[in-house]
Design a protein around this ligand. Structure first.
Ligand code: FES
Length: 218
């Protein structure tokens, strides 16, 4: 490998990683779910804890290689098996991202409902040209993702760990501006839809269910 490329690739990798108190408390709860000898099954939640801890500590949620080694040691599994998991799932970031990681779903239902406009609005407001780029102020990184499982409220944008739904260009810009001000709105529908109910409100299961007649009653 070219020396410059290798140096550039490794430059952002911290040499060490240690779980903090908050993560340790979570790990204790997670490991209790698995019988002895099956701790390796906790690899996904532990990698997720790493990413969240990095976000808390550095403002960038990602999973450094040193942390994968710590996870491997904690779960008594070969490091390569942790690398395989971390590099397979796109939910894990393998290099630093902006404080707010904008993950736009462009799969068919979101695309049909206007994800192109959401992408364009993200680029415009963050001042970036395309996917994989981070804004000059380090606040936003834009990524393209597959279905986020909330198609019923498409188009959907995930910011860090939260989903924002029913977006259009205007609401996307307002959303990014709110994050920039440090005033992120509650996640969910941006048009006030309740859960995944139809626009305008629920249309089924809106009346109280009649209790069944008591035994022996006419
Ligand atoms: S297609 Fe976008 S959330 Fe499913």
């Amino acid at each position: 490998m070219n020396e410059d490329v290798r140096t550039g690739f490794e430059a952002f990798q911290p040499e060490t990683f240690a779980f903090d108190e908050q993560s340790e408390a979570e790990i204790e709860k997670i490991l209790r779910k698995y019988p002895p000898g099956r701790q390796a099954s906790a690899v996904l939640p532990l990698l997720y804890l790493v990413q969240n801890q990095m976000a808390r500590q550095t403002g960038s949620g990602w999973v450094p290689r040193a942390a994968m080694d710590v996870v491997a040691k904690r779960l008594e599994m070969p490091p390569i098996r942790v690398y395989e998991v971390a590099t397979f799932y796109t939910m894990f970031q393998l290099r630093p991202v902006g404080r707010f990681h904008l993950q736009v779903c462009t799969t068919t239902p979101c695309w049909l409902r206007g994800s192109d406009k959401v992408v364009a609005a993200c680029k415009q407001e963050a001042g970036i040209r395309g996917f994989g780029e981070t804004s000059a102020d380090g606040l936003f990184t834009l990524s393209e993702v597959e279905c986020l499982g909330a198609c019923v409220n498409a188009p959907v944008l995930q910011i860090n760990n939260d989903l924002y739904e029913d977006l259009d260009a205007e609401r996307t810009i307002a959303l990014l501006q709110a994050f920039r001000r440090g005033e992120p709105p509650p996640p969910g529908s941006t048009i006030g839809r309740i859960g995944s109910a139809p626009e305008g409100g629920p249309m089924t299961l809106i009346s109280e269910i009649e209790p069944p007649p008591a035994p022996g009653a006419e």
